[in-house]
Ligand binder design. Structure first.
Ligand code: ATP
Ligand code: MG
Length: 227
């Protein structure tokens, strides 16, 4: 994934907000990278643009050689469903569906063959330690449990790229570390590339690369050396 000269301006006139300014970012395959920055620095805006949920005002996002601005809206929907996994800051679970059904719904729209559903559902829910809550609906779950359900849904489809907006924001330290370990294993087994937005320095330590956003600009770009 590559972002080239990406800008995003919301509103106009006196209400104009330049949420992203000249973002250049290359994330190689099979890396786990973090976007950090204060509230309002542009993390969610950038994830939405990388994830083809929003259009940049200027600039482009590439997957391989494909400029996703060149895709039709239908092709962008296909790309999101089949190649991308999202963990939204607000989770985005379907309220009337159980944990299992939420994960299944993700598999259905991603076009995963039906024969693989039950294993994928079981495995992904197990990976986030939600097996005991699999038959519960979001309103019966704590914030952290809902967050883990959103993570299970995103990883179940084995997407090429996972975009996770503060995926450990609702979790206690131990569970947060566990989730990062799951992310690390997915990346190490060459299954996916993961971009997380996070405020948590302990989580950043577990990534390959940290990009710092400040007022919509990447101000720092640090290579991590994993010990
Ligand atoms: N739909 C919108 N209309 C106008 N301004 C917006 C809109 N969405 C975001 N913004 C502004 O763009 C800037 C970046 O917002 P963004 O949500 O990307 O920040 P963030 O880094 O994700 O913050 P947080 O850590 O609080 O989630 C903020 O100043 C925000 O007010
Ligand atoms: Mg945000």
């Amino acid at each position: 994934m590559k972002a080239k000269n990406v800008e995003r301006v919301y509103g106009h006139g006196s209400k104009e907000v330049r949420a992203l300014k000249n973002i250049n970012l290359t994330v190689p395959k099979n890396q786990l990278v973090a976007l950090k920055g204060r509230s309002g620095s542009g993390k969610t805006t950038l994830l939405n643009i990388i994830g083809a949920l929003d259009h940049p005002t200027n600039g482009s996002v590439y997957f391989g050689d494909q400029n996703i601005e060149g895709l039709s809206e239908n092709q962008r929907v296909q790309l999101r469903r089949e190649k991308l996994g999202f963990v939204f800051q607000s989770f985005g679970l379907v309220p009337l569906m159980t944990v299992e059904e939420n994960v299944e719904f993700g598999l259905r729209i991603a076009g995963v063959p039906r024969g693989e559903w039950s294993d994928r559902i079981k495995d992904s829910i197990d990976m986030v330690k939600m097996t005991k809550r699999a038959k519960h609906r979001p309103y019966e779950l704590s914030g952290g449990e809902q967050q883990r359900c959103a993570i299970a849904r995103a990883i179940a489809t084995k997407p090429a790229l996972i975009l996770a907006d503060e995926p450990t924001g609702e979790l206690d330290t131990k569970t947060a570390f566990h989730i990062m370990k799951v992310f690390r294993e997915l990346v190490e087994s060459n299954e996916t590339t993961i971009i997380i937005a996070t405020h948590d320095p302990a989580m950043m330590e577990l990534t390959d690369h940290v990009y710092a956003l400040e007022d919509g600009e990447i101000v720092k770009d640090e290579e991590k050396t994993l010990s």
